[in-house]
Design a protein. Structure first.
Length: 118
C-alpha cells in the first residue's frame, strides 16, 4: 500500500505545496506577523521535511517538536484555522486530489493540541 506522501506525488508536490502555502500565509495579515522574523528559506526546508514525515515519506525532519516550536507564540484557534485553510488551498492548487488533501489535513488536525499548546 502506498503512503499518502507517494499518492500526492512525493517531494516535488510537497515542495510545490510549501511554496504556495508560504505565499498564501505571507499575504494574510492575520497570520503573516508570526513569520516576520523567520528565515523563510530555513522554514521552507523544515516544512518540506515535516510534511514529508507526517504524510509517510522520508523521515528527514530535524526540527523541534510542534509544542516546542509554537510555545509562547500565542496561537489561537482562528490562527490554526487560517493556516489550515491556506495549506488545504495550496494542496488543491498543487494538484492534490480532494480525498488526499482531506487525509493530509486530518494528519495536520491531530497536531492542533501541540501547535496551540493546549
Amino acid at each position: 500500500m502506498s503512503t499518502l506522501y507517494e499518492k500526492i506525488g512525493g517531494q516535488p508536490t510537497i515542495e510545490k505545496v510549501v511554496d504556495d502555502f508560504h505565499n498564501r500565509i505571507m499575504a494574510d495579515s492575520t497570520v503573516s506577523g508570526f513569520f516576520a522574523n523567520t528565515d523563510m528559506k530555513k522554514q521552507r526546508d523544515h516544512q518540506i521535511g515535516f510534511f514529508s514525515l507526517i504524510l509517510g515519506g522520508p523521515k528527514d525532519y530535524k526540527g523541534r517538536s510542534m509544542d516546542k516550536t509554537h510555545t509562547g507564540m500565542g496561537l489561537q484557534q482562528p490562527h490554526f484555522d487560517a493556516i489550515s485553510k491556506h495549506l488545504s488551498a495550496a494542496m488543491t492548487s498543487s494538484g492534490v486530489s480532494a480525498d488526499d488533501a482531506k487525509a493530509a489535513m486530518g494528519e495536520v488536525e491531530k497536531l492542533k493540541p501541540a501547535i496551540l499548546n493546549k
